[in-house]
Design a protein around this ligand. Structure first.
Ligand code: DX5
Ligand code: ZN
Length: 220
């Protein structure tokens, strides 16, 4: 299994974001997870395309933009131009899910669909073959540092079955409350891509934390 670790810069020090992003990639991050919040779809406000554009030249790894915004479509081209590689959105935030997926792909990015803890996986039924990534939220979106919601493990198992049945190379990402002590169990439920914000940026030594996460994953 090819596991990927995606530090969420939501928990980074924004006063020195460029340095933080470079340090976490040097520490072994596979992906940068970029949380976009609009104080409308979620009750918090974070960063936009200008910040994506600013960090883009600093690292080679993919930038995984998690849009927690409503509406979605207007902002997609801006993130594509700013260098995003993957753009994910919540089905509740788009009036036309299939159209938004097509828009992301037309802009040259990989497309992901994100499922809140209370959102049914039925949204996958007619679009799975167009997706590159399925993101299961294991907290309600809006804040870092929340506790992992155990029901996400059941949802990951169902999503894993659907992805395997599709025969396509679709990443199964999990976001929220991922730590050293639960990452192995989450991997057993089927996730292959792990967002971790506070667990990595809240630690003194990013490299030790990422290495320990990989060691836990290697036990699978
Ligand atoms: C929450 C964000 C997450 C957040 C995760 O809405 O989507 O990416 O940064 O933070 P931790 O890993 O601290 O739960
Ligand atoms: Zn996120």
């Amino acid at each position: 299994m090819n596991y990927r670790i995606a530090p969420s810069i939501l928990s980074a020090n924004f006063a020195k974001l460029g340095e933080e992003v470079q340090n976490v990639v040097a520490a072994g991050a596979d992906i940068i997870h970029f949380d976009v919040m609009d104080n409308h779809y979620v009750p918090n406000l974070t960063i936009g395309p200008l910040v994506c554009e600013a960090i883009r030249p600093l690292v080679q790894v993919p930038i995984d933009v998690h849009l927690m915004v409503k509406p979605v479509d207007r902002i997609v081209p801006d993130f594509a131009k700013a260098g995003a590689n993957i753009i994910s959105f919540h089905p509740e935030a788009s009036e036309h899910i299939d159209r938004t997926i097509a828009l992301i792909k037309e802009q040259g990015c990989k497309a992901g669909l994100v499922f809140n803890p209370g959102t049914s996986l039925h949204y996958l039924d007619h679009v799975l073959d167009k997706l590159d990534l399925v993101l299961i939220m294991s907290v309600n979106p809006g804040f870092g540092g929340q506790s992992f919601i155990a029901e996400a493990l059941n949802k990951l198992r169902v999503a894993r079955q659907k992805i395997d049945a599709s025969g396509r190379d679709i990443w199964l990402e999990v976001d929220g409350g991922v730590k050293i002590d639960n990452i192995a169990e989450i991997a057993r439920a089927g996730a292959d891509t792990f967002v971790a914000g506070s667990a990595i940026f809240g630690a003194k030594d990013y490299q030790t934390t990422i290495n320990t996460m990989r060691a836990e994953l290697a036990k699978q």
